[in-house]
Design a protein around this ligand. Structure first.
Ligand code: 2U9
Length: 357
């Protein structure tokens, strides 16, 4: 029995790793192990012999089990020791650079514009980009023969064979959203409508999809004086200047009467736009008093209500504010362009020259 004890305790002590230790356990205590075989022999002994050998064999089994558990723990400790000795981490290394996204200038300017008009009491409305011919044109007093309705400027949706209804269009302005707002909410109304618009036009300064924001204010006695004040407040807030001077030039739009294009006083020193001072004028939007026929199309009585409206290109005012000279910055989603020009403050010299007249 003592030989047996010495043999297996030595085997446990000599196991170099966990799998060797497991082999020792199986050879000693497994089903076909030596200790197990001795246990079976107990059955063939006389009761006296068994009384003597049984407890000793059980004690030996317990001792070997305990030795295996202790050895297992020692092996695990040694393995950890070895990892701690060989593995290392240089905590002084610089961190990997994090790639951060930024808000697109169009999205940022849309938010800036809506926030400014929200302060002036305007709510925001959105509408479908695929519009009915009626909402996009007729309701806005744009007659069937108007050039804007020509195939060249408007993307028409396909109709099914035999369907003679006028085709839907990709909206050419966000004005139909304001028609829908008038239909839904009636007067009085103060709403701005930002969004994508589409025109079949593609050259240096035009893209088939661009962004507009239009505004509409309807009340009992709204006048062009109110329009002028609202636009002055907007321009000051948007371009972050204390004073501005606006110039209204007579114009024509089918949906407003009278109509005016609005310029702001500015300078282009060193190719950089300065708003509010200088001898140049920069056209930034169109506006006017809503045409009575347009009020009627929105179910609003032109004898009781009147209102002003205005519209501007978000892409254009974004380029002006942030000194982005090229539409590629927006439309090729080229991050190098955006990074190069994006969010340059107004006083950083850039290639503004390309936009000046
Ligand atoms: C309703 C009534 C009137 C919106 C208006 C303009 C003048 C205008 C252009 C600016 C540059 C379009 O992006 S642009 O090419 N817009 O000049 N827009 S008044 O008038 C409306 C709209 C809706 C119901």
């Amino acid at each position: 029995m003592d030989d047996l004890r010495e043999k297996w305790l030595a085997a446990v002590a000599g196991a170099g790793d966990e799998s060797a230790l497991e082999s020792v356990r199986v050879a000693a205590l497994g089903k076909k192990g030596e200790i197990s075989a001795r246990m079976r022999e107990l059955g063939r002994m006389t009761p006296e012999e068994r009384k003597e050998a049984g407890p000793r064999l059980n004690a030996l089994k317990d001792e070997i089990n305990a030795a295996i558990a202790a050895k297992k723990a020692a092996l695990a400790d040694a393995a950890l020791e070895e990892r701690l000795r060989t593995e290392w981490l240089d905590v002084t290394l610089p961190a990997r650079p994090a790639h951060r996204g930024t808000v697109h200038p169009i999205a940022q300017v849309t938010e800036e514009v809506t926030a400014i008009f929200a302060d002036l009491g305007f709510s925001v409305a959105e509408g479908p980009q695929v519009e009915s011919d009626w909402h996009n044109f007729d309701a806005l007093n744009i007659p069937g023969h108007h050039p804007a309705r020509a195939e060249m400027d408007t993307f028409y949706m396909a109709r099914g064979a035999g369907d003679t209804r006028p085709p839907h269009v990709l909206r050419t302005h966000t004005s139909p959203v304001q028609i829908r707002s008038m239909e839904a909410a009636g007067a009085p109304l103060r709403v701005i409508c930002p969004g994508r618009v589409y025109r079949a036009d593609y050259d240096q300064t035009h893209t088939p999809m661009f962004h507009q924001v239009e505004g509409l204010a309807i009340d009992r006695d709204i006048s062009m004086a109110n329009l002028k004040w609202v636009l002055e407040e907007f321009v000051k807030a948007f371009f972050e200047v204390a004073e501005v001077e606006l110039r209204f030039r007579a114009s024509h739009f089918p949906f407003t009467e009278p109509s005016a294009e609005v310029d702001i006083r500015c300078s282009w020193q060193g190719g950089t736009l300065k708003v509010g001072e200088g001898d140049d004028w920069l056209e930034i939007l169109g506006s006017g008093m809503v045409h009575p026929k347009v009020l009627m199309a929105g179910n609003i009585d032109p004898a009781a209500w009147q209102g002003f409206a205005f519209g501007m290109g978000i892409d254009r005012i974004a380029m002006l504010k942030y000194g982005i000279p090229d539409l590629r910055a927006f439309f090729e989603s080229d991050l190098r362009w955006l990074r190069h020009y994006g969010f340059a403050a107004l006083d950083v010299p850039t290639l503004h020259r390309g936009l000046s007249r």
